[in-house]
Design a protein around this ligand. Sequence first.
Ligand SMILES: [Zn+2]
Length: 216
Amino acid sequence: MIMHRETIRPVSLTVSTDNFVCHCEGTGWILIKGRGVKECSCRILAKTIRKFKRIPPEYEHLRIESVAPDLKRHPRQSFVWQAVKKHPDQCYLICGQSGAGKSAVMWALYARAAEQNRPAVAMSLPELIEDFKRAETASYGDEYWPELHPSKLQTRSDRWFVGIDDFHIGRPTRFAGEMIYRLLDAAYSYRHQLVVTAQLDRRKLEHNSSRRNAAS
Ligand SMILES: [Zn+2]
């Protein structure tokens, strides 16, 4: 399932500034009498732009609403996009061969979460492992807080988007493996949106997990 440029209507990367009003005088926060503070639209806009900048160029214009998969050439791709368009809030495990367009689906869902002003992080499994390794090897006093620290996900006030690309690649250390387990567990327990892509055969995966279940 390969994306075709012609089938994708480009969407402007610039975030809409139509109803953008700044009242914070540069602090980023607006004081509400007796009710604390809320984020100013300028701060929200800056955050959204930062999230958009992390999308790889080949996917930056992808939006779920505007993707029109080529039915004749890629019948299975269209099935995935139809499911995602219909249920964009679901969690997904997207399996398929390389070049099948799995990452495109993940980044389109990431962009949607960013537009909704939700906390959104997407990276490949090797990048995630590197980030955890960096935290593992950081010395005291120079502590490093991984971008996807499992405890960040222990919240119900925001629904996070967590995208993990290429879940079949990477050799985690024991520490990183433990962190990945805790991350997935927190994402599941707190009902965040988890989107994982892997170059795996779904039937093999089901076979393996049913074998594991039978053994336990
Ligand atoms: Zn402002």
